[in-house]
Each structure stands twice: as structure tokens, then as C-alpha cells.
Write a protein that binds this ligand. Structure first.
Ligand code: ZN
Length: 186
């Protein structure tokens, strides 16, 4: 099972998070600008290929400039309790690959049944994409943004930021192969 990152420590852009009812005009305009900027991530040429990090990964089919929204993590938004229930259900059904992106306790995106290519993004201790969240039309959306200029053919990665298991024997090694690898995925 690929358990995507715990994101408590990830910087979240707070602007535009007001509920629509309480939103002031300037906020609304700001959100409109955000919508134009973030609402439709550009349709980059991305490919699913075998990865040296873990099984399949997403690769850039063209150059992607730093700061570009690369892809949105799409799935069913569930709460913590629901996600635990779902995981048990998937386990009972023998579903081998589940994809849960833990944003915080109130927002877990389950891309097991409904999702896009983003669910295949691999972890790297020195990733080329940052994770950010934006509230657009009252809905929190998770986006991966190029943290540097990405070359054609480069694998896209994010930092899952998982805490390593206390019991060393249960730890899962990291295969990111970067100079500052933390050795363990979790
Ligand atoms: Zn690593």
C-alpha cells in the first residue's frame, strides 16, 4: 500500500480560505484570480513509466518551468475516521494498491477508486515538486508545483514527509537515490 505523506508540516497557502458566506469582496476577487491561476492546472505532457524509486512513477514528457502547477491530486475527499474504515474495507477485499493522500485529519484524498495520474507520484528526499493546497470555490484542492525547472524525461517527485517507524525492523527503505536521502521512506 502506498500511504502518501502526512502533511501537517507542509506550508499551506492560507489566503482565500474564508467560507464563501463570510468572504469579503477583496477576498472574492483574490479567489477569482486564484481560480484563473490554479483552477485549471495546465495540461502538461506527463507519462506513467517504470521508476527506479518504486514501481511506476510520473515522468515529465516536456520541460516544466519552476513555479508551474504540474498536476492536481484528484480523489474522493474523506475524513480521518472514514479513511480508516476504507482502509480496513480495502484490506478485507484484498485490494493491494490503495492511494490515500493525508492532508490533515479532516482531509484525506482517497484516489483508490477515483483518481488521476497524480496518485502515482513517488517520494524523494530531495523532490522536484512542492505540495500546496488552495481553497477554490470553497473546496480545498491539493496541487503539486514545480520546485525547480524540470527537464524532459525527469521523474516527478514530492516529499511524503512520513515519520520513520520507531521499530527499526519495520522501517521501509527509501530508494530516491539523492545525495541527502534520509534512508527510510517511513
Ligand atoms: Zn530518500
Amino acid at each position: 500500500m502506498r500511504r502518501l505523506k502526512q502533511m501537517e508540516d507542509v506550508p499551506v497557502q492560507r489566503q482565500g480560505c474564508a467560507s464563501p458566506r463570510s468572504m469579503r469582496l477583496d477576498k472574492a476577487m483574490e479567489e477569482q484570480k486564484d481560480l484563473e491561476k490554479w483552477g485549471q492546472p495546465p495540461d502538461w505532457n506527463l507519462r506513467l513509466k517504470t521508476s527506479s524509486i518504486d514501481r511506476d512513477g510520473i515522468f515529465a514528457g516536456e520541460k516544466i518551468p519552476k513555479g508551474s502547477v504540474v498536476i492536481e491530486y484528484v480523489g474522493e475527499v474523506v475524513r480521518h475516521v472514514q479513511s480508516n474504515r476504507r482502509e480496513r474495507r480495502y484490506h478485507a477485499k484484498g485490494v493491494e494498491s490503495t492511494y490515500m493522500f493525508r492532508f490533515d485529519r479532516d482531509m484525506i484524498i482517497d484516489a483508490t477508486n477515483v483518481g488521476n495520474l497524480a496518485r502515482f507520484i513517488n517520494h524523494s528526499c530531495q523532490p522536484n515538486c512542492d505540495t500546496t493546497a488552495k481553497v477554490i470555490n470553497g473546496q480545498k484542492r491539493v496541487l503539486f508545483v514545480a520546485a525547480k525547472d524540470i527537464k524532459e524525461g525527469e521523474e516527478l517527485t514530492i516529499d511524503y514527509q512520513l515519520k520513520p517507524e520507531e521499530d527499526e525492523s519495520k522501517r521501509v527503505p527509501c530508494n530516491c537515490n539523492t545525495p541527502h536521502c534520509r534512508k527510510y521512506l517511513y
